[in-house]
Design a protein around this ligand. Structure first.
Ligand code: FE2
Length: 672
């Protein structure tokens, strides 16, 4: 008789405990153990949350190298069948070899579940029939559990699910996350109800009354925004370091549809140089919301809303401030589409800026945030779960970057962009317009625009001062790239190994087909030919799910908590001639009380960090067991620490600190 020492780890998280009987079978290259009831002297506490429990499994002879384990649990009356979150199983063989079996998932039924030994194996290395069989079974089950759904034509496909309960348990929110998310959502609405604001269709009559909506919910930055939202320099700053830093580009030639008055512009430029000279010097920038042109605006409470497609010209001053110097609110030049300048009346200029901020809110939420981070992250995740088994190195590398994404996106589809969702009820792009924007945005996504080094170069944004999104993002990209390169080049020494890995190839093919709707013009790879191609794509995936999402998500309340800085809609058309605006017209144009307070509650919810937040590079689940990948993880964490410290030091000298790309503030995945 030989003895295998088995250690079972139950996760240290709420509701992870099982009172059921747990059975284990060891499967090796030379045989298998009996299905064995795991019993130790702790009794029913063996599988309590956080428990680490040891057992023995005996066999008549050695069963060779362990390939997998089979685990099942059975309830014993009076206990009901419950859910158990097992972390991992470790086994020491009679020969003295140590094996690790990552689990990290809920076991909720009484079926037999198979888990592979942790050493990563690519499909063409799988030379034991039990391994091959288990690999096929796992993917077959996953294909059933994770089905593609064409939610709306022309936008990335999603996971087919109608309710959070219809998601597989392994991808659902934890108890803690769910409870906190629900609490934050309901608390916000309860406060608004108590104040009688949640259903008030009136317009604001005093802009500072907005301040009283959420008197207890503020951030340092949201207060700063309230004080500086009218400042030109702050308006310009937000294109660099606000929640939508991906639109601004260097302007080397004025668009034909933006016929600015050079004499008026030159008055706003410092020094003897005119606009042409400043453009040549790289000091002129453009934000063009052309994708919003022709979008049908929403109707709210029976009232037509207004969504502009502005053009904004900006100037980087000798003092390194970025200020707007001209705004045209519609794309087609016309007499009733005036170009506004800083020298116009206070309310003409402010009204023009508010229309831009409202366009930016809608553009940011649908394109920059929803499409380019949330929906793409879901595509990356669903393709991974359908095509790549747990034992594959890509699964081990990417699974931490999929956490909670499927549920948060489902909730967004149910609560934000549904027929009765926030966008439909309160945003000028809600309804038909939202779909138009998403379709237009997807058709213009390029692979290079998702890779920050290329994106910055293509936008000509290498030299503009105080662009912290760029500075931190490029450093973060480099760190992620080094890590991904280290891991993947450990497993893929030659390009032909990439080419013959059918699971990698189906992963990228599904992404191309379901995420980018087979549009070759995006430049998204349809297959991987080289290790370098694979490394670049996986770097982009991790960067998009972590740093990029943080950059466009975490400042939503900071910048949108003071509604006039990010109005969800505009209730009146823009001025067609100058000199017709006033404080009163501004208040009639801004969202009413109802839309304002709902928007603030949503911004608060979506900016709130959960207590089970996992920051970038922290991997509580141990999927890798080989020494080199584990060392690379430590190196990655060390580099992220250094970047975090550098960002904190830099921020000490900034009036408005830029924290969204600080690795300590960045979550591993799109989880909110
Ligand atoms: Fe988000």
């Amino acid at each position: 008789m030989v003895r295998y020492e088995v250690t079972v780890f139950t996760a240290d998280m709420a509701t992870a405990t099982t009172f059921n009987n747990v059975f284990l079978k060891l499967v090796g290259t030379d045989g298998e153990s009996e299905r064995t009831l795991l019993v130790d002297d702790k009794g029913c506490a063996s599988f309590f949350k956080g428990a680490v429990s040891s057992f023995s499994v005996c066999c008549p002879n050695s069963i060779g190298k362990l390939v997998l384990i089979e685990v099942d649990k059975q309830h014993l009356p009076p206990f009901l069948e419950d859910s158990w979150f097992a972390s991992k199983v470790e086994v020491k063989s009679p020969e003295g070899d140590n094996y690790k079996f990552p689990i990290y998932r809920w076991i909720i039924d009484s079926k037999v579940h198979r888990f592979r030994e942790a050493t990563a194996l690519r499909v063409f290395e799988e030379n034991h029939h039990l391994g091959r069989n288990s690999r096929q079974q796992e993917l077959k089950q996953r294909e059933e559990d994770y089905r593609w759904d064409a939610y709306v034509g022309g936008v990335p496909h999603t996971m087919k699910a109608s309710h959070p309960h219809s998601l597989p348990d392994e991808v659902r929110f934890s108890f803690t996350k769910k409870a906190e998310f629900s609490y934050t959502a309901s608390e916000g609405m309860r406060e608004l109800k108590l104040k009688g604001l949640d259903d008030c269709k009136e317009n604001w009559t005093d802009i500072y009354a907005i301040n009283r909506v959420f008197c207890c919910r503020k951030t340092d930055l949201s207060e700063y925004v309230q004080q500086h939202w009218k400042d030109d320099a702050f308006f310009g700053y937000q294109f660099l370091n606000g929640v939508n830093p991906i639109l601004i580009q260097r302007c080397t030639a004025l668009p034909n549809n933006f016929p600015v008055d050079h004499i008026r512009i030159n008055n706003h430029l410092r020094g003897p140089h005119g606009l042409q000279d400043e453009m040549k010097k790289g000091n002129i920038f453009l934000c063009d919301y052309k994708r919003l042109d022709g979008v049908k605006p929403n109707t709210i409470n029976g009232k037509k809303q207004y969504l502009m497609a502005p053009l904004v010209l900006l100037y980087s001053t000798p003092e390194d401030s970025l200020v707007p110097i001209a705004i045209q609110l519609k794309q087609t030049p016309a007499d009733d589409n005036p170009i506004f300048y800083p020298s116009d009346s206070e309310y003409d200029w402010l009204t023009a800026k508010i229309f831009v901020r409202s366009a930016d809110f809608n553009y940011h939420q649908l394109n920059t945030h929803l499409l380019r981070t949330h929906l793409l992250a879901e595509v990356f995740a669903v393709s991974l779960l359908r095509n790549v088994p747990m034992v594959h190195p890509l699964y081990k590398l990417l699974i931490p970057h999929t956490r909670y994404t499927l549920q948060i996106n489902l909730l967004a589809r149910l609560l934000l962009i549904s027929e009765n969702g926030f966008f439909t009820n309160f945003a000028s792009s809600g309804g038909e317009g939202m779909i138009t924007i998403l379709k237009k945005s997807l058709s213009s996504v390029t692979y290079s625009s998702l890779c920050i080094p290329d994106d910055i170069a293509e936008r000509g944004m290498e030299a503009v001062p105080n662009f912290y999104y760029r500075d931190d993002g490029l450093r973060l990209w480099d760190i992620i790239h080094r890590f991904v390169q280290g891991i993947l080049s450990y497993y893929y020494k030659k390009d032909d190994e990439v080419q013959q890995d059918s699971e990698l190839q189906t992963w990228i093919r599904d992404i191309f087909e379901h995420g980018f709707l087979s549009q070759a013009g995006t430049g998204i790879p349809q297959r991987f030919s080289t290790v370098d191609e694979l490394v670049r794509f996986v770097t982009m995936v991790i960067f998009t799910c972590s740093g990029q999402h943080s950059a466009v998500n975490c400042g939503q309340f900071d910048y949108g908590g003071w509604m006039p800085n990010a109005p969800t809609t505009m209730q009146c058309p823009p001025p067609t001639t100058k000199g017709t605006t006033s404080e009163a017209t501004m208040l009639q144009t801004l969202p009413n009380v109802d839309a304002t307070v709902q928007g603030m509650a949503i911004m608060w919810l979506l900016s709130k960090r959960s207590s089970d937040f996992v920051h970038l590079g922290h991997f509580p689940e141990e999927h890798f067991r080989e020494e080199i990948p584990r060392r690379l993880i430590k190196d990655f964490q060390g580099e992220l620490e250094v970047l975090s410290a550098a960002i904190k030091t830099r921020n000490e000298n900034l009036v408005v600190p830029y924290t969204y790309m600080d690795p300590k503030e960045v979550e591993n995945s799109v989880a909110i």
